[in-house]
Unconditional design. Structure first.
Length: 498
């Protein structure tokens, strides 16, 4: 991308995006015409290229992002005050398959990971405490601190307890969501060992929960039911943790092909540059990884609304198309069942950064999954079975969606942001900035700067640098959230709490 002051993303667009703040009266040259800006316009925001009447679609990324609420003049700042979403309820869709050759060569790249007995590969070798119910969160914390103090983490990467508020007083879907996510965490290859910590009287009964884990390695995964422990549960917990530790600390990194890498694709605190820099960069990497035989997952289903047909038509089969239709319409029904409009999504921060409607957000958001065909569609709490690009049912909420991506089996989450965010989920959560400002202001949050694209660095060159960075993280280099100790989980809740 050449350094300039604005960008017209698609030839069909009737807006451009400002790459710097503009003052009223400044002019820009676009497609042979001179446009005079009608207002002061912030960076990341849109300026209209033609006069439009009320109801006319505003086009960005080559697609409608809503319609004009009133008559608008060329040079006018287009934002949430004069632009309205076109989204409404559920729709009927027609499958029009699009097959694209990615044109990406296979490279014999490797990273240094931990091969697990079941054939999966971890990028970390950690010990995790997984509470079956929130009542034992405090005990889990004490056990973590004591194990760290006694072992100094010699031979392992970290010890964590994954706090949550659930496991009891939940019904039907919520109860199963909790059990699935906790099961997925216990089975994740980034964990060399797991202590399942139970109270004993919770709805998420420990024995039934352990059955969900299937044929697990009992030297690496152990259960403690605190109500059944005679005396001090800390003493018994430490005994079990030290047994797990002695096994886990023997694990060593070894070279594994890049095809074993599985990454989650997420954006949060997005701005008007998200769909221009960081999301397309992540999309380039996703396509590269898929071409190497690896796997990526796109979620945030509400942030597909308005761009869903692009994904539907990339489905490999009619069955996957139908699953994607259900993915979209089921989430719309979820909104409608709560009396909420399906087009309500951009946050105050999104709007301040230049994202005016959900379609505007969705068309930028879906840039993260590049051009690869859709190979799989997952329900919430499902684990990966297919290589290539997958779609996952989860909301847009940063903590919930990132947890769902990791629970599906992603060893790393690639998280693009324009406004910045410090958090991380239970796997390395690599932050990619959309602009140079947030990268400069929050170096303790951001791992990689896609804003270099705004300074004239080519996508090809930056993607090669990005590939190297991700391989380094997969091989053990800590992300900012890991260095800061910002790691947590969040489980989707929809129903009654007793």
């Amino acid at each position: 991308m050449n350094e300039t002051s604005f960008i017209k993303i698609n030839p069909a667009d009737n807006v451009v995006v400002c790459l710097r703040p503009f003052s009223q009266g400044e002019t820009i040259e676009v497609d042979g015409q001179t446009i005079t800006l009608q207002q002061d316009t912030p960076a990341g925001h849109k300026v209209l290229l033609v006069d439009v009447s009320e109801g006319t679609d505003i086009i960005k990324y080559g697609y409608p992002i809503g319609h004009a609420r009133e008559d608008l003049k060329k040079g006018q700042w287009v934002n949430e005050n004069n632009l309205k979403t076109n989204l409404s309820g559920t729709l009927n869709y027609e499958y029009n398959p699009v097959n694209q050759d990615l044109g990406i060569a296979h490279e014999n790249l490797t990273f240094k990971g931990y091969k697990r007995a079941n054939g999966e590969v971890g990028v970390r070798n950690e010990i995790w405490i997984v509470p079956t119910v929130g009542c034992v969160n405090g005990i889990a914390d004490r056990l973590v601190n004591q194990l760290i103090a006694e072992t100094h983490l010699e031979g392992i990467d970290a010890v964590y307890a994954w706090h949550h508020n659930y496991g009891c007083s939940q019904l039907s879907g919520d109860h199963e969501n909790t059990r699935k996510i906790l099961r997925d965490i216990c089975q994740h290859p980034n964990a060399g060992g797991v202590l399942v910590l139970s109270l004993g009287c919770e709805n998420n009964q420990p024995d039934k929960f352990m059955e969900m884990l299937g044929d697990y390695d009992k030297s690496r995964v152990k259960l403690m039911i605190t109500q059944k422990v005679e005396g001090d549960e800390m003493e018994e917990g430490m005994k079990l943790l030290k047994e797990i530790y002695e096994v886990t600390r023997q694990d060593k990194r070894e070279d594994v092909p890049l095809s074993e890498l599985r990454v989650g694709l997420k954006c949060g605190g997005s701005d008007g540059f998200s769909g221009i820099t960081a999301n397309p960069l992540v999309g380039e990497f996703s396509d590269f990884l898929v071409a190497q035989g690896g796997t990526s997952i796109l979620t945030e289903v509400p942030e597909m609304f308005g761009a869903e047909t692009i994904l539907m038509n990339r489905c490999k089969t009619p069955q996957l198309f139908e699953q994607t239709v259900s993915l979209i319409n089921d989430f719309k029904e979820y909104f409608l069942s709560h009396g909420e409009p399906v087009g309500e999504n951009p946050s105050p921060g999104n709007k301040a950064g230049g994202i005016s409607t959900l379609e505007d957000k969705a068309l930028g958001c879906t840039q993260k999954c590049g051009r690869a065909p859709v190979s799989g569609v997952l329900g919430y709490g499902d684990r990966l079975t297919e290589h290539g690009l997958n779609l996952l049912s989860a909301p847009g909420n940063d903590l919930v969606a990132s947890t769902a991506l990791a629970a599906a089996g992603c060893q790393i989450v690639l998280f693009t942001t324009g406004r910045g965010t410090p958090f991380g989920t239970f796997v390395p959560t690599m932050k990619i900035s959309t602009n140079n400002d947030i990268f400069a202001r929050k170096p303790n949050w951001i791992d990689f700067n896609a804003g270099e694209l705004l300074k004239g660095v080519s996508m090809k060159d930056l993607n090669r640098k990005f590939i190297d960075k991700i391989i380094a993280v997969a091989s053990g280099e800590k992300t900012r959230n890991e260095e800061n100790g910002y790691r947590e989980i969040s489980i989707f809740k929809n129903g009654v709490t007793l």
